[in-house]
Design a protein around this ligand. Sequence first.
Ligand code: GLU
Length: 288
Amino acid sequence: MYRGRFAPSPTGPLHFGSLVAAVASFLDARAAGGEWLVRMEDLDTPRCVPGAADSILRTLEACGLEWDGEVSWQSERLDLYRAVLDRLRGEGRAYPCACTRKELADSAAGRTKSGETAYPGACRNGLPPGRAPRAWRFLVPSGTVDFDDRVQGPQLSNVETETGDFVLLRADGIFAYQLAVVVDDAGQGITDVVRGADLLGSTARQIALQQALAYRTPRYLHVPVAANAAGEKLSKQTRAPEAGVNDLPAVLRFLGFSPPDLRGGELLRWAVAEWNAARVPAVFSVTV
Ligand code: GLU
């Protein structure tokens, strides 16, 4: 049985790029006769905006994107994330880290091609004397992770060298997205993850974690990111406007359709019947 999900972070209203992800994931689920869940990823409380979750849900409703069951809220599942972190600790797959942001930024070791810093592993073999734990990290196993993205094609990563041991519980006490998303995708029996290509690079980390926890890896489909003329992802930072039902035709064109002149629910029904992931452009971003 197909089960998909849309997992917005309530940090602002739904903009065009998130609507693309919502529509793609909805169409893929409905075309497969499957279920479609909505999960609010509201763990990063300092970034969450009051009223944003409501506004996102209203937009989904207005667009005819009806979800199955109750909306789930990550903020209500902290015990679950804690239990999984405890399990990883018990198995020696998670360790405390004392490094500060500044220490990591200053460390030249492990800088990758993209300019991102891979965690150099300073606390891997134990906290330095006299230092207190700040965050908890996943002890990333050696080797490569590969998966076949349904749109972006075959992907191969080495999480150990590209990212290093990544954070599971942040220094501010907030569970990291990578841990929560893996626990929830598995716990909710998600078979297919359809989301924006900005998360393509996170997928190998999530698979590495799934493997450590003996969870099943879902199939992945990453749709292009909607970018502005400057090549920046549309987001709150780029002041992307709120999207709505009137954007549906443009969303469908973005996903490779040639939509007929239909409105709202009828247009969506047409799109479910016509959905074909092979038509989605296999690129990282598309300018809108
Ligand atoms: N909450 C994430 C975001 O809004 C999406 C997570 C996911 O789909 O895996 O970017």
